[in-house]
Design a binder for this molecule. Sequence first.
Ligand code: PMP
Length: 398
Amino acid sequence: SALFSAVTLAPRDPILGLNEQFNADTRPTKVNLGVGVYYDENGKLPLLKCVQAAEAAMAAAPKPRGYLPIDGIAAYDAAVQGLVFGNHEAVAAKRVATVQAIGGTGALKIGADFLKHLGPNAKVLISDPSWENHRALFTQAGFTVETYPYYDAAVGGINVAGMLAALNAAPAGTVVVLHACCHNPTGYDLTDAQWGEVVAVCKAKGLVPFLDMAYQGFGFGIQEDGEAVRQFLAAGLSFFVSTSFSKSFSLYGERVGALSVVCTSAEECTRVLSQLKIMVRTNYSNPPTHGAQVVAQVLTTPELRAMWEGELAGMRERIKAMRGALVAALKAAGVTRDLSFVTAQKGMFSYSGLTAAQMQRLRNDFGVYGVDSGRICVAALNEKNLPAVAAAMAEVIK
Ligand code: PMP
């Protein structure tokens, strides 16, 4: 029709495209290391025991499904604050505004919409590289999105000096999207001291930090992974934190997340919260019930909470073991280059250092699917698929 004749075909999502290619591959030995999903030792998506227990308790006392408040379940928002900010004074002083969100993505979008309302001409800086949806989402919200240096292929690590220089050169009010832990896609995180430098620049230059926390608990631990948040709190800055429970609760499809905004006073916080609620209201009115109810139940019931912490630690430790096993297998296969970065990286991903051509060879010749950037999902490795993955990687590296 005339209405749609000018509509162009959007490029398909590169990672979803990879999935389609994987699904069409008939080789029984194929391995999918493209997606950002945690699989257990049997290559299955886990359904956590704490989630099953919470759902059983909920099913035993079924509740009607009325609308939730615009900012979501109060007990859930409080539990999120406890997890992200600990027992910091900011929470007790009621100067943190938290709204339940539709996954981490929804939290980022509510934050982006609010920021656009706050400073329509501000620029957004994301890491180079970053989770690709950061760019798309902030662009869609009306921002000009640029990057700050992050990964340096030449040194196989973070270009901290370049990152700090870019932040130093940014005008006041620039929104800086930071990965709170377990950087996606590289796996390289700042050290505590380097976070200190980033916090200092943000403070000195009046930048607006937006911490994306999609992997709390996958790095060193739930507490430990909050270091960046603690440093921003300690500096007395106003900042944003998006939370995702997709990975940490293996609740991808339930879309459970939250946006928290740290303000300087309770009075300011009330005003900010009222605007966040407008963003929610005009996008989807109010959030869904089930996933957040499960997470709230787990986080606020001591036995379930302990169960969750154990299961999360299990996922974290298994990823760590797979990183170690991959390095050992590559060495055993004769790869001589220094691979210590694989075990130093955090979270579900590893920038393997492989080139696009090597990644394509992995895919075409061996049925090992990773992203052309060299990113592989180490959380999809297991003892069964690892030998074949290591053999294939060793072959393309040689
Ligand atoms: N931020 C980052 C860095 C992510 O990796 C992801 C998930 N891939 C998200 C946000 C989005 O999380 P969710 O699936 O909960 O929307």
